[in-house]
Design a protein. Sequence first.
Length: 324
Amino acid sequence: MALTFDRHRRLRKSAAMRNLVRENHVRVEDLIYPLFVVEGTGIKNEIASMPGVYQLSLDMLAEEMKEIVELGIQSVLMFGVPEHKDACGTEAYNDEAITQQAIRQIKEAHPEMIVIADTCLCEYTDHGHCGVIHEGEVVNDETLALLGKTAVSQAKAGADIIAPSNMMDGFVIAIREALDEAGFQHIPIMSYAVKYASSFYGPFRDAAGSTPQFGDRKSYQMDAANAREGLREAASDVKEGADFLIVKPGLAFMDMVLRLRENFNLPIVAYNVSAEYSMVKAAAQNGWIDEERIVMETLVSFKRAGADLIITYHAKDVAKWLAR
Ligand code: PBG
């Protein structure tokens, strides 16, 4: 009896054949580009650990935005880095603070751009934690009110989407209620639903100046060992009114992208975080890897795992590669 087997290679024979059967694609519309804005003028500081990523003052941001629009990128994620920081992160919910100014400026110049505001306190607090501190502990419920105020202030400035990254319990419902009360029923919430306490945020904390001054974030961000807990976190956020679910970090936690895809029908967003970017850049600068192919393979893998959208510092490069 002849051995029988399947001929999978038939569909891989030529580039045209492979194009014909390709299941997933990365589109420029899938990309969300993070931006770091600082006070002052003429500032374009490259982040040492993130080559090609800058802290920008508002005048430099204007130039950057022109390039982003020309590349066809249609969504940006805003991080403000204020000069004044205090225990309660006052600059987070000050209507005239740097983040709000940046949002207003972008929406005035580019009304069609989707401006997503990261809603957290860690860039704004002097202790670098994501909430209010009492006796060395980050307190949950007092922090919620401040997050609500921050989201409303960002929506007033023109943010199209609020993206709370702070991992307090109840943050989605607190922000939803605050937005609704202020007349922003139409503004969606892109929740960092499954966010781990991760070493992959190291370079970001250089960019945002948000390293905790004591302790760590393990009492509010998730333990890297846990998957089922991530499903509970996501279920809470869905119940509380989230419109998008983010998995962060994306690469080492891609199983969570798939798990959310299989359990929820909301749009899912993978955050390709700072250290994932830095590792690729470092290896590419050493000539050890083919940067373009590594990045495109990573991004299509997010799509294959079930992500609809990808937040990535590679977005500008990817837009250039896709346009070729
Ligand atoms: C704010 C926030 C962080 C990141 C996004 N929003 C830092 C943190 O939680 O410590 C990290 C993003 C990255 O590493 O690219 N809470």
